[in-house]
Design a protein around this ligand. Structure first.
Ligand code: HEM
Length: 152
């Protein structure tokens, strides 16, 4: 079960990234070109936010249950001095949840915006910041722990 959730969490990151990059790109083109906000724009923004929530759900399962790096590692003495335990036990979780809430707030804000250019602008701003936070907090091994890009 642990391996299955880890595998899902690992692969689902690519869906978050692909939908996120696509959503931000479409928002930019729509905003700068004053294009109408289409069903496609709405669909890609819903997918981005949806995959983020999926990651949060799987992440919670790992964190509170199955992973040796979640709460289990945080309970060990000196956990905050261990960069890997601190990253997965705190930094990764807090920032990813913040990014997911930002993407959700973006969805709500763009639905409420009275006209299409404003919808694109809101989407670009909220999704852009959420995507940046996600990129920072994926364990690429640059400043945080290294994990496989493709887990099998
Ligand atoms: C958009 C949000 C998120 C993304 C893109 C993401 C991405 C990742 C990636 C790529 C890994 C490494 C997986 C591997 O080793 O192959 C990872 C590990 C982990 N994530 Fe997330 N994550 C997100 C949100 C969360 C949240 C909200 C939590 C907790 C509530 C969480 C908990 C964990 C834990 C505990 C690990 C370490 C698992 C282990 O090695 O046992 N993640 N995450």
């Amino acid at each position: 079960m642990y391996q299955t959730l880890l595998l899902l969490h690992s692969w689902s990151r690519w869906f978050v990234l692909l939908t996120g990059i696509f959503a931000v790109y479409r928002a930019y083109v729509g905003w700068s070109g004053r294009r109408p906000f289409t069903k496609g724009d709405n669909g890609i923004s819903a997918s981005f936010s949806g995959f983020m929530w999926l990651q949060v759900l799987i992440g919670l399962g790992l964190y509170f249950g199955l992973s040796p790096w979640g709460l289990n590692a945080m309970k060990q003495a000196g956990a905050m001095k261990d960069p890997t335990a601190r990253f997965f036990g705190m930094e990764h979780v807090v920032v990813m949840i913040l990014a997911t809430v930002l993407a959700q707030v973006g969805r709500i804000a763009l639905k409420k915006a009275p006209e299409d250019t404003l919808k694109h602008k809101k989407a670009f701003t909220y999704f852009g910041i959420a995507l940046l936070l996600v990129l920072l907090m994926i364990p690429w091994g640059i400043w945080n722990p290294a994990r496989p890009l493709f887990r099998f």
